[in-house]
Structure formats: structure tokens, C-alpha cells
Ligand binder design. Structure first.
Ligand SMILES: *Cc1c(COP(=O)(O)O)cnc(C)c1O
Length: 353
């Protein structure tokens, strides 16, 4: 692997971004207190900013998206309650079963339709009657974007309306909410990404947002909801060990990201398109057209057996990607068109050999 970071094309995830010089300056200049006492001005300012931006009463700054989802599920549900969630959802599949482990909250996973949605009929059918045999169904958890896919807004409205009509709470894992908002704005020929994010968020009782993904902050997520909900989540964050002290250093980076990195997400989406288009027509590859900044590539036929060989070959040329199930390439702040073109050329060369 190339030692020099600047020559790396790191397409493993949008979490790998380094804070920009301007973000580092904002961090160094941040006024700090002790957030466990509630007196860190930079944390408080960030929480007010994200709550207002998404149209909620209150917010809680947390170290990770995983902790944010855990605080949310454990604030909505108690022991013996249940949440309806997708098989591929991060807060079911990729968080070590935390809600069940720490909260005795049972997940009710549902299969996704090909577009990532959970069919309304399945949601409705999985809500348990109030009967001693069953866990109490309390919550519907959706994710947007899901694997880089934008959920259709009409679907988000219909699913959350259905949940509400059945007395369920509604949580959104919006780790990449601003990517979803960017794609939704483009689809509807609207330009206000923040308004689009708010439109999605307002369908829910709580929303978790990551600053450490496409927004380019080093660490941090926020959970938003009602004042009373956030007070409960605050207690759970403490139990989970998420009470941080001079956390304003990190909150300042997140705040800078909200101010400066939302409107540039469209650039990442354009680079994902460029990558997907560059890979079209290669024998042995199927490319899924990206909605946002994540490009999934499936190897087909004889090429299927070559995925680790391909990843190793790219790696030796300073191009990093992952392939747990399918190959995944993610664009972000630290990737440019030249890097994408290098990746495309290297993949094309590999399949010629
Ligand atoms: C990354 C991610 C999270 C949580 O991320 P952390 O690595 O715990 O910060 C949650 N949900 C989704 C959809 C994610 O992509």
C-alpha cells in the first residue's frame, strides 16, 4: 500500500475523511466547558443548531451513530417492547444487537422490497395485538438513505402515517440524512437541502444524524426529538458511557460541517455517477446506478471468484475499497475526479488481464 495519504484513493467509506484545515481551526477556536455539567457552549450551540435545522425541540450530541440509535430505541421502548425494522437496517444488523442486549427490546425484522422500503402490508401485519403472548410493538425504525438508496418521500410519509395511526413511535436512522436530502432535492428540482432534510425528519418522532460520514467531521452524531424524549435519551447516553467532557472540540467540527459541508454533498453524488458510468460495460461487472455517494458493484460469472484478487490489486495501487458482500465504493470530501478516474482505469486494467 502507498504510504503517502495524499496519493491514496480511499473509497472504503465516507467515514475516512480527515478534518479540513478550516474545520481544525474551528475546533481550536471552540469555547469549551464540561458537557456532563451541561456547560459546554460549543456542544449546546450544536444541539440547538441541529434541533432547529430539523424542526425539533431538542438534540443530544453523542459520540457515534450506534450510540445514537441505541439511546433512541431505549428511549422509545422498554423491556419486553418491540421495534419493527428492516433486515438490512444498521440498527438491527450492524450494531451488535445492542437494543436487545442492553434494553431487552426485541427487534421484529422485515425483508426489504428491492427499493429498500418495508412494504406497508408487512409492517401492518407485524404489529402484534395487545395480548400476553406477544411483545408490545412500540416503534417503527426506518433508515434513509439505506445502503445509499433514497427512500421515496411518498413512502416515508405513508409508512410513518401508518405507524402513527397504529400508535407506534417512529425513529429515523438518518446517518446519511443530508445525502438523502440532496438526492431528494435533485429529484424534485429544489435547491434547499436543509428544507428537504427537515421535510423528511418531520415525518418522525426522533432522528439520528451522523456528522462523521459525508459531512466530514472526525467524530459525532446527534439525536433529535422532543424535550422530554431527549431527557430520557440523555440518561441512557450516560449509562452507555457517552457523557463526554470538553466535547465542544468535537461539536465545533460538527457545527462547521453543518455550515460548510451540506451543500457540497452533490459533488460526492456526481463523483459516484462518474465512477458508476466509468465502470459500465466491463464484462463480469454489474453496477447498480447510485442515488447518492455509494456505488455497489457485483461481480458476475467467472469474475465472482476474483473479488479478493481485485481488491488486493487495487490496494497495491493505493486504491482502497471494501467487499463484505458486494464491492462497495464510497465517494466523499477527500476523493476527487482524478482519484475516481484512477480507480476506474485500475479496475478496467484488472479485467483486461
Ligand atoms: C454509520 C452508520 C451508523 C452508525 O455509525 P457509527 O459508526 O456508530 O458512528 C448508523 N446507521 C447508519 C445507516 C450508518 O451508516
Amino acid at each position: 500500500m502507498t504510504a503517502d495519504r495524499s496519493s491514496l484513493v480511499d473509497l472504503r467509506s465516507d467515514t475516512v475523511t480527515q478534518p479540513t484545515p478550516a474545520m481544525r481551526e474551528a475546533m481550536m477556536a471552540a469555547p469549551l466547558g464540561d458537557d456532563v455539567f451541561g456547560t459546554d457552549p460549543s456542544v449546546n450551540a450544536l444541539q440547538e443548531k441541529i434541533a432547529a435545522l430539523l424542526g425539533f425541540e431538542a438534540a443530544l450530541f453523542v459520540p457515534t451513530g450506534t450510540q445514537s440509535n441505541l439511546c433512541a430505541i431505549l428511549s422509545h421502548c422498554g423491556r419486553g417492547d418491540e421495534y419493527i425494522v428492516g433486515q438490512q437496517a444498521h440498527c438491527y444488523r450492524w450494531e451488535g444487537g445492542g437494543a436487545a442486549v442492553f434494553g431487552s427490546v426485541q427487534p421484529q425484522p422485515l425483508d426489504h422490497a428491492p427499493d429498500g422500503t418495508l412494504p406497508l402490508a408487512q409492517i401492518e401485519a407485524s404489529i402484534k395485538p395487545d395480548d400476553a403472548h406477544f411483545a408490545r410493538t412500540k416503534l417503527l425504525a426506518l433508515e434513509n438513505t439505506l445502503g445509499g438508496k433514497l427512500l421515496p418521500f411518498e413512502y416515508v410519509q405513508a409508512a410513518t402515517d401508518l405507524a402513527k395511526s397504529k400508535g407506534l413511535q417512529r425513529h429515523l436512522d438518518g446517518a446519511r440524512l443530508f445525502n438523502a436530502a440532496t438526492a431528494q432535492a435533485a429529484l424534485n428540482k429544489r435547491s434547499d437541502i436543509r428544507a428537504e432534510a427537515r421535510r423528511i425528519a418531520q415525518c418522525f418522532d426522533s432522528v439520528s444524524v451522523c456528522f462523521s460520514k459525508g459531512l466530514g467531521a472526525p467524530i459525532g452524531s446527534a439525536l433529535v426529538g422532543s424535550r422530554e424524549f431527549i431527557a430520557r435519551a440523555h440518561r441512557i447516553r450516560k449509562m452507555a458511557g457517552g457523557g463526554m467532557r470538553q466535547a465542544g472540540l468535537l461539536a465545533a467540527a460538527a457545527s462547521h460541517a453543518l455550515d460548510h459541508h451540506v451543500d457540497r454533498l452533490a459533488d460526492d453524488h456526481a463523483l459516484a455517477q462518474r465512477l458508476a458510468q466509468g465502470l459500465e460495460g466491463i464484462e463480469g461487472l454489474t453496477v447498480e446506478a447510485p442515488h447518492t455517494n455509494i456505488v455497489f458493484v457485483d461481480l458476475t460469472g467467472a469474475a465472482q471468484a476474483r473479488s479478493s484478487e481485485l481488491l488486493a490489486s487495487l490496494n497495491s495501487q493505493g486504491i482502497l475499497a471494501t467487499g463484505l458482500y458486494r464491492l462497495r465504493f464510497v465517494t466523499h470530501l477527500d476523493v476527487d475526479a482524478a482519484g475516481v478516474d484512477r480507480a476506474v482505469a485500475a479496475i478496467r486494467a484488472f479485467f483486461k488481464s
